[in-house]
Design a protein around this ligand. Structure first.
Ligand SMILES: [Zn+2]
Length: 68
């Protein structure tokens, strides 16, 4: 469990240090935290949730944090 020791959570910041290979899975990644979202890449932008124009796809958590 080395990664647990190296990864001391000093700040509650969302750092994209472990970006999942969402491209291969066909889902968008959150532009803020780098995590996989529940939004398929094939979904039209107009029908997406948590998509911010000029910014990109956000996950629900980041969207709520930033915009609500
Ligand atoms: Zn996020």
């Amino acid at each position: 469990m080395v990664w647990l020791q190296n990864k001391k959570r000093k700040k509650p910041d969302k750092t994209p240090n472990n970006i999942p290979k969402a491209d291969m899975l066909g889902y968008e990644t959150c532009v803020v935290c780098g995590r996989k979202t529940a939004t398929p890449k094939t979904r039209p932008l107009s029908r997406r949730q948590y998509y911010v124009e000029g910014c990109g796809q956000l996950c629900e958590g980041c969207y709520v944090e930033l915009f609500l």
